[in-house]
Design a protein around this ligand. Structure first.
Ligand SMILES: *Cc1c(COP(=O)(O)O)cnc(C)c1O
Ligand code: SF4
Length: 473
């Protein structure tokens, strides 16, 4: 049995090739089948909107839905009145503002709004909300605690996060930065991070005074909201610093308003100029975006991203794993393949942060582990996202599989981040996914402490056991 097996099929004769596997029916390659045509005209308010108007980014921005009344005016009788009342109450209880572009609104299946994956991300409904996890805080990632200058988080040794402004082309219910992003809501008074050049100047000074910093994420808020001249200003200031080698402009824009990349040539030209200048200086400038569901990718998206690709701009994607949105193998595989089809590299899938008011959207860590296993292997390795937990408390991103300990019964996972910050970092599965008995235990602060202490003790024991077995020092 230790002889080598013969691998492969019999050699092909001159006119026939032996297919080892059955050929795939092209009709099943759903990632290439993108929604096209005037799909928006099924929304009552957009019935007469022509393509040129719909592709105009300023029309999209002007007509964005920012409250339940505007939603009703757009969608009208496609959904029952009770749904609007549910949205109205959801809106008052939400830590995030609402902003939905006409493009996104047109992609929602209004015959089944409760289950639609886009509705779930952007439009809150009171009847589906769950109580927050007791261990949840507003800025769970400690972005403010790690900020030497307001809006500049320096957590990792060689890279920093620059929050250039606090608005976005849409507002996501699940936003990690609900402490700052958007306008004040009934539930949260926001930290202000305006696009003021004084605040930016302080950030630039700090970055230039840190020789170890090489990589800046320009986020917010969202780079789509920066004016063309602000893209130029930020890009040039950073490119001119000898220590900076990499810049990423982060924007959800391509996923929620792709037409800007087609019709706002001033903005795209400004970005392209920074990318090209960076290339001459041997510095990488890329776009990072945020698609969560394959329905967000249409023929308009493809056209927009083709233009970006032609300009030689690399695009990477970061998704957030969300219950009822993309927490199935089929959906995540389709998303990854569809992003690849548009030459976008799926970079990360984040296990949902512990964010206020969106417990209904979080999944367990186990869900992430299962989906990761099924996604790896379907396409190129560089199109295969890494599933990460952004460790609450400032531990930074950790690979989901790399926990020191995971108690699936109490839903507590324990991570360590030896090159970022000492100590242990805990993630908590949503309480409603746990057994009835454990849900009871989570109601008592004393029991909570016991469960946490036990998980940490087990993590320490696991670390000691692997240290004994390992030669890594
Ligand atoms: C995510 C993040 C970065 C960038 O991290 P990568 O893993 O390189 O994408 C930098 N700073 C902060 C604070 C972050 O949260
Ligand atoms: S686009 Fe990003 S920063 Fe803006 S609301 Fe959504 S998740 Fe938050």
């Amino acid at each position: 049995m230790d002889q080598l097996k013969t691998i492969g099929a019999k050699p092909a004769s001159e006119d026939t090739i032996q297919h080892i596997k059955p050929r795939v029916d092209p009709a099943t390659l759903h990632h290439r089948q993108l929604l096209d045509g005037a799909f928006w005209t099924k929304i009552p308010a957009y019935r007469t909107v022509d393509e040129a108007t719909f592709l105009d980014h300023s029309w999209q921005a002007k007509n964005s839905i920012t409250n339940p009344q505007k939603l009703l005016a757009a969608v009208q009788d496609l959904v029952p009145k009770a749904f609007y009342e549910d949205v109205e109450q959801g809106f008052h209880r939400s830590p995030m503002s609402i902003r939905v572009s006409p493009y996104l609104l047109s992609l929602i299946d209004w015959s089944d709004p409760y289950n639609d994956p886009l509705r779930r991300q952007f439009v809150p409904v009171a009847s589906r909300l769950l109580p927050d996890h007791p261990k949840l805080t507003l800025d769970s990632l400690h972005e403010q605690a790690d900020a030497p200058v307001p809006g500049l988080t320096h957590r990792y040794p060689d890279k920093a996060l620059f929050l250039s402004l606090d608005t976005c082309p849409v507002y996501c219910r699940f936003c990690t930065r609900s402490y700052a992003v958007g306008v004040d809501t009934d539930v949260v008074d926001k930290v202000s991070l305006k696009a003021t050049e004084d605040r930016w100047e302080a950030a630039f000074r700090y970055i230039s005074e840190r020789p170890e910093l090489e990589d800046i994420v320009v986020s917010g808020g969202d780079s789509y909201q920066l004016k063309a001249r602000q893209i130029t200003l930020i890009g040039n200031r950073l490119l001119e610093m000898p220590n900076i080698r990499r810049i990423r402009f982060a924007t959800k824009g391509p996923a929620v308003m792709p037409m800007k990349l087609i019709t706002d040539t001033e903005w795209v030209d400004a970005l392209t100029a920074v990318v090209e200048r960076g290339r001459k200086l041997h510095k990488e400038v890329v776009l990072h975006t945020h698609f969560n569901h394959p329905n967000e990718i249409t023929a308009i998206t493809k056209r927009a991203l083709d233009g970006v690709f032609e300009r030689g701009i690399i695009v990477r994607n970061q998704s957030v794993l969300q219950r009822g949105v993309n927490d199935s193998v089929a959906t995540m595989q389709l998303l990854v393949k569809r992003l690849g089809h548009c030459q976008v590299h799926p970079y990360y899938v984040y296990v949902h942060d512990l964010v206020k008011g969106v417990e209904d959207l979080r999944t367990t860590l186990q869900t992430a582990l299962d989906i990761e296993k099924a996604v790896r292997g379907v396409t190129a390795g560089f199109h295969t996202p890494t599933f990460v937990v952004d460790a609450p408390g400032g531990g930074g991103k950790r690979v989901a599989h790399s926990f020191e300990h995971y108690d699936r019964e109490t839903g507590i996972s324990v991570f360590a981040a030896p090159s970022v910050k000492p100590g242990f970092f805990l993630y908590f599965d949503p309480i409603d996914t746990l057994s009835a008995e454990v849900q009871e235990r989570w109601k008592s602060p004393a029991e909570q402490d016991k469960m946490v202490e036990l998980a940490i003790a087990q993590a320490k024991a696991n670390q000691q056991a692997s240290a004994r077995a390992s030669s890594v020092r």
